[in-house]
Design a protein around this ligand. Sequence first.
Ligand code: MF3
Ligand code: CO
Ligand code: CO
Length: 327
Amino acid sequence: MTIAGNPPDVLPQANEPCWCGSGRRYKRCHRASEGRVLPGVISPMRSVPDHIERPSYAATGLVERWDEPVVKSDEVIERMRHAGRVAAEVLRLSGEFLRPGITTDEVDEYTHGLFIERGAYPSTLNYHGYPKSLCSSANEVICHGIPDSRVIRDGDIMNLDVTGFIGGVHGDTNATFLIGEVSEENRRLVRVTEECMWLGIDAVRPGRPLSDIGRAIEEHATAHDYGVVRAFIGHGIGEQFHTDIQVLHYYDSRATTVMRPGMVFTIEPMITLGSWQHRMWDDGWTAVTSDGRWTAQFEHTILVTEDGAEVLTGGDGAVSAGNPLSL
Ligand code: MF3
Ligand code: CO
Ligand code: CO
């Protein structure tokens, strides 16, 4: 059957043929999913010029793993500051590009170009075979949405997750953007999700267990009656996109790893209006809420310092530049 991203403005009557071209009656085809995000057409992989340094999986899609120190040297940290700044700037510019009427594939084309202009490789491209240069996750999509022919609509909430590889290291950051007139309920979800990320960052302290981060995030989400997604977590990052450190966004007494100065990991809570449970699309990447309710996410790459945290993907150029609660 035809793969189509968006239904037309005027929908068929229940017994008329579905707009997607399947030949089935509308009521037996797309009616149940109207208003949901649907898979669209994914364009061919974009190429990266030869002069840009690429991670080893870029050619094969196969991700090798090796032992990487959890505490980074000053020299690696300096390179990670740069990668973080590049990712932060690409995220902000990509967010400014968003508007109703364009496709997420057009966003991918734009973001891909931003990385290349800066001499960076878009880390997601061919990572375990992932086909695009960023993740774009709308509405009930929790994470890892693949840019495609779906048209962005007024009222959507759109998470863009960008990761850049430059100087041999990765910087990873994401934010949820409001498209046009977003309902009060969804605006509140996005605001509280950003607060959850900052409360998690505020909990970063050398000598304390990683479980402090999840506790801070979960407490704030629960106070608003929101769900905390459990299947996707923050991660160590460095010369590899994902390393062994696991950062849960909910409290688990087993998360006893003690934070030490020089550790670098992401904090990236996914918060839902309803259930925290997820379902996967057949593409093997797109994670959606099991109940179809909307969800938001924010992410920063964090360095543990002697007395707290340095936000490597933060700073003036970042979308989420400071804790909205401490303003
Ligand atoms: N950037 C995502 C993260 O925050 C990972 C995306 S991996 C991809 O960890 F393959 F889906 F792109
Ligand atoms: Co991440
Ligand atoms: Co990310």
